[in-house]
Write a protein of this length. Sequence first.
Length: 491
Amino acid sequence: MSVAAPALTPSTASPATPVLAALKDAALVALIAMILAGPIVGLQTYDSGGQLSLNMRFSEVAIGIVVVFFGRLGLALAERGLQPAAFGVGALLIVAGIALPWPTGLLQVLAIAAGVGLVLRGLVSVYGARRHKAALAAAVAESDDEKSERLRRLITRGLGFLLLAAAVLLPMMPFANSYIMDTAIRVLTYMMLAWGLNIVVGLAGLLDLGYVAFYAVGAYTYAILSKEHGFDFWEALPISGMLAASFGIMLGFPVLRLRGDYLAIVTLGFGEIIRIVLLNWASFSGGPNGIGSIPRLTFFGHPFVRNPPEGVTAFHQLFGLDFSPLHRSIFFFYLILVLALVVNVFTIRIRRLPVGRAWEALREDEIACRALGINPTNTKLTAFAIGAMFAGFAGSFFATTQSFVSPESFTFLESAMILAIVVLGGMGSQLGVAMAAILVIGLTEAFRSLAEYRMLVFGLGMVLIMVWRPRGLLSHRDPTIFINRRKGARA
């Protein structure tokens, strides 16, 4: 009579088993990366005196594969519950990315990003485990679940304050230069646009693919008012917002009966109509040449120039500073930061008002919304108008920073980029949209040196986020109204 060998259980399995499985997983992923990246990245064609030549970059491919191996190893270890080892791999990648010499800055950024990602994933896993334990304990004591919810809110608010502090201190950092400041201004502009679109898409549930049209209306309004009628920025800013809001109402009326894909098609057509009108109405908008020499914003009448006109005090003379072209970028940065924060605070506050609750009711079920006595027509129009107004503000700021506007700056790709930020951040989540704006614009700028792979990496990053976080970076959002068993209903 033969006796079968006992099967390995979690209590009797060797500790090395999950480590070996993680190593095999990492090796397989590295092999796939080598097969894919070898011919695409390792072989680069270039023009050499009219002849097509081949440049070998296999050393960079090898280093990239090593980064992929260790990155996947850390993920595999974390998936198998070996959090300390995953933290160690992440820390190793961060230290290697900072301390070691790298052939290209891109590989160094990838190594540091992979290490930071592993550390953050470990923190999320630890936090998730704590929430799971709290949920189990909540069956016995409800107060533990309240503590877990309070901890989650504390972490979210702490992250928001951390991002705000980093933004305020960025111009004071020693590495802050014109390129970094211009990139930060671009990030905050898209963040402001995404927060405006978040009202329409995230709160009211209306898919808008022509949001860039309101952006264009605000930019051209400021360009024409400032150049032809002598308006300054602060005089033209509210007019740009109100005119863009009126265009939002114009869009809202024809599409009140449409939903879903049909609404998306109509809004897409509206955005293209605005762009084509600007492209062909040359006497009004300059046509394809656009409008140039738009007056730049000054510091309350003090220009950012080295040699101001006679009788005019420049910005650096006003404060007794040496002239620096960075002064204008810093002023623009803080201005768009204030405008974006105003949009954020306004959105948070209006969500608690009856109109904000009506948006959420409309998003969940329009038929139930009608049954509750809410007017869907007015609700949709307010969402379109307020979202368009914020886009008009951003367009006015864009015109004064660039000193030039043309229809090429307001294509469908811009609408798609703004919508991608809203979806990736988590529809309805203000902090998630801010993080997504930093990630999306940061990715496009980080891979600017690799022009042929820039959009490939950008698309890959979006796919990975959708795989790991299908509902967005911060999918959880506190409800506007919730019921507490002990304290009763509150808003």
